[in-house]
Design a protein around this ligand. Sequence first.
Ligand code: NDP
Length: 326
Amino acid sequence: MTQAQIVTFSKAGGPEVMTLSEQTITAPKSGQVSIKQEAIGVNYIDIYKRSGVYPTEFPAGLGFDAAGVVTALGDGVQHLKLGERVAYAAPSQESYASYRTLNAAQVCPLPANISFEQAAAIMLKGMTTQYLFEQTTPLKEGDTVLFHAAAGGVGLIACQWAAAKGLTLIGTAGSDEKCALAMANGASHCINYSTEDFTKKVLELTHGKGVDVVMDSVGASTFEGSLNSLKPFGMMITFGNASGKVPPFDVGMLAAKGSLKLTRPTVATYVADFEMCQKMAKNLFDMVSSGKIKVNIGNRYPMANAAQAHIDLESRITTGSSILIP
Ligand code: NDP
């Protein structure tokens, strides 16, 4: 029986609802793996879960990605070995823990050149970037993408992914310092949307044409401006709601603004299939190993101080990825 430190919460609320407790970790059943976790990712979705924006059954754990070492394997798990370094982005919500047992399908062998901290910083965020740039909509060299919150965790990976693909990424961010960081990571332009009208600026930068694709994780405050930044037939990918959920809207708006397309993807669908999940992780690790993606860890916290990590992420003072150390 392994004893683990684990962060749980039993009602939605502010960062104070999270508590650290000791739990016994179950031995892996068929198709499962147990991991001693060395570093854990903090993601904006953890805030949606904790605060109740996304519903959860209680009592609940928190967190969707981490990296560590395999300590036990259930029957039928063939792609992992005891003692192997691994990382995951998995739909089961319990990664804020020193040890855990979970389904092995989303657990991926971690190359020796990527540290546990780097892996924790990129698993959910990088798998998300992978599907946004490689799967959700076709993108070819020279296409223009508007990407909001470009200096955040997903954002800095996205800036680099776009540069590697020869795309023109127009970022937005909440300060001039964040814009400079996005540019240093490969954004072609970056608009400080707390001081400038981003739609107006996008139209200026694209000579009135608009962009091919918008990737919008900010939600309520940017949704309409994002639609107004697209070319006719453009693709709106709304994949998050840091400023609040997009309110219900009249789909006729898509026709009026130029036969636009709209999708609302989630990484959970992409990683649900074992083969696809492992392929996505390999693509992500190759991007890091080849130097195309540099991992930006902006903030490290002891797991016991997860509340501070949430406070900092919610108050928009972080850049790049935040991680917890168990
Ligand atoms: P970030 O590090 O990007 O943090 C969120 C950023 O959103 C902030 O830093 C801030 O940047 C911006 N923001 C804009 N308005 C607000 C607001 N009112 N309150 C708080 N932040 C605001 O987080 P992550 O990298 O973890 O995630 C980025 C986004 O991607 C999130 O919305 C997340 O939910 C989404 N996501 C979606 C997935 C999916 O599959 N659908 C999977 C993974 C992530 P600034 O100050 O520059 O505006």
